[in-house]
Design a protein around this ligand. Structure first.
Ligand SMILES: *Cc1c(COP(=O)(O)O)cnc(C)c1O
Ligand SMILES: [Zn+2]
Length: 412
């Protein structure tokens, strides 16, 4: 038994039943889930959460399922690490990394949204799930569809990283590469969704999908000892995660689980695809779509579906938005790896690069509790750093060969 009252239009407030709907038929605004917080308050406390499973499902009353989840039971509850060595480099005394590089089962935060979406698709009795993806969603939908025994169709830009292609095909899905950028993939998928009776996780059942991202925020607050941080820096693609982390902290405060939220939410993008952070810098509340050109392919969305709400989240919270160039992304991927032992994907380099800029601008102060949202694993975007990490030194299998090397007699 869940706690969803229905759906509601974010713009005009019109109510809809708990069905696979995603846009308001009157104003075309996006629909969101309405929860019965009075009932949730009765069943959810710090103690009940702490007694729950070590997964995102410890917050199940705040997720939009009617029954128990049926796939992705191990997703979430990833480590929140105090980053002392990186903090020292950055001049921050209270720096934390929320590490979804190691999220189960496909090594990105997308497993959170997909675990909810595919469980919900089963509740709605779909036999096929689908998505438009920049790569990580593809991996996760394919994996969870396999676990659920559902058919899947997955649509990607044809030029994404080979590891993300292989890491999708392995699950036995139908993977369709589109000759175009993500925004073209997404537009095509909207048309397909209107013609095929499939649960497109980020289109047909988008309101249900999106709320899985809230668990990223719940976990941060719980792992900090039931308080929201001063800052979170979040990589932005479609702008869903950033709005949901904000929603998560505010829901926790509304339920009395944490004190008043004073968190500043900062948006991080690559300079080669920065429609959201550019709008923030130019003090606009609307997106000017761009054509992406960056190595940070997982977040290369030129016309983000929730871009308007992403901007709004940043403004409401008092945060800011910054972007970093591709060479800084690589530099920061190496910095994170070499200070904390965490190999994050390109989006992680974006987050760290942006955090560094925010520190330099004085927007993040040395003692502020700051969390970096590290959302995906670097093993999946190796192309991005391949030319920048050197190569192994080759020697013959003899001790003298190593001694020569050690004594600097043999070069690289
Ligand atoms: C999808 C993705 C994001 C951003 O997600 P949105 O909710 O679409 O903004 C961030 N990081 C990684 C690694 C992603 O795959
Ligand atoms: Zn409406």
């Amino acid at each position: 038994m869940g706690y969803v009252l229905g759906l509601q239009c974010r713009e005009c407030g019109r109510q809809y039943p708990k069905e696979p709907l995603h846009v308001c038929e009157f104003c075309f605004g996006p629909l969101e889930i309405v929860y019965d917080y009075e009932q949730i308050r009765r069943v959810l406390s710090r103690e009940t959460i702490a007694r729950g499973p070590r997964s995102m499902w410890r917050y199940q009353p705040l997720l939009p399922l009617d029954g128990d989840p049926t796939v992705g039971l191990q997703v979430g509850f990833t480590p929140l690490i105090k980053a002392k060595r990186l903090g020292k480099v950055m001049g921050l005394n209270n720096l934390y990394i929320k590490n979804d590089c190691v999220n189960h089962p496909t090594l990105s935060f997308k497993d959170r949204v997909v675990a909810v979406a595919v469980s919900k698709a089963k509740e709605f009795n779909y036999d096929t799930v689908a998505c438009a993806s920049t790569g990580n969603l593809a991996n996760s939908v394919a994996a969870h569809a396999a676990e659920a025994g559902l058919k899947s169709y997955i649509f990607i830009p044809a030029d994404i990283e080979m590891t993300k292609v292989v890491g999708t095909l392995i699950y036995g899905t139908t993977l369709v590469g589109i000759r175009g950028v993500y925004d073209e993939v997404n537009r095509l998928c909207s048309e397909i969704a209107a013609n095929f009776p499939w649960a497109f996780v980020n289109i047909t059942i988008r309101p249900f999908y999106g709320d899985g991202s809230k668990t990223f925020g719940y976990e941060i607050a719980e792992q900090l000892g039931w308080k929201a941080p001063d800052h979170v820096v979040i990589p932005v693609a479609g702008s869903s995660l950033i709005t949901k982390v904000w929603k998560a902290f505010n829901e926790f405060a509304h339920l009395g689980l944490i004190d008043e939220v004073k968190t500043k939410i900062h948006a991080a993008q690559a300079s080669g695809c920065a429609p959201v952070t550019t709008a923030i810098k130019e003090n606009r509340d609307f997106i000017k779509p761009v054509i992406p050109n960056t190595i940070a392919k997982s977040i290369a969305i030129g016309n983000p579906a929730d871009g308007y709400y992403g901007i709004k989240t940043v403004k409401e919270s008092g945060g800011y938005g910054e972007d970093v160039a591709d060479d800084e992304i690589v530099e920061c991927m190496k910095l994170l790896a070499q200070t904390e032992g965490i190999f994050a994907e390109t989006a992680g380099g974006v987050t760290l690069g942006v955090a560094r800029k925010l520190v330099a601008q004085g927007r993040i102060q040395p003692d502020d509790v700051t969390v970096l949202a590290i959302t995906g694993n670097g093993l999946k975007t190796q192309e991005a750093v391949m030319g920048d990490v050197g190569s192994p030194i080759l020697i013959d299998p003899r001790l003298s060969a190593f001694q020569d090397l050690f004594n600097g007699k043999e070069g690289k």
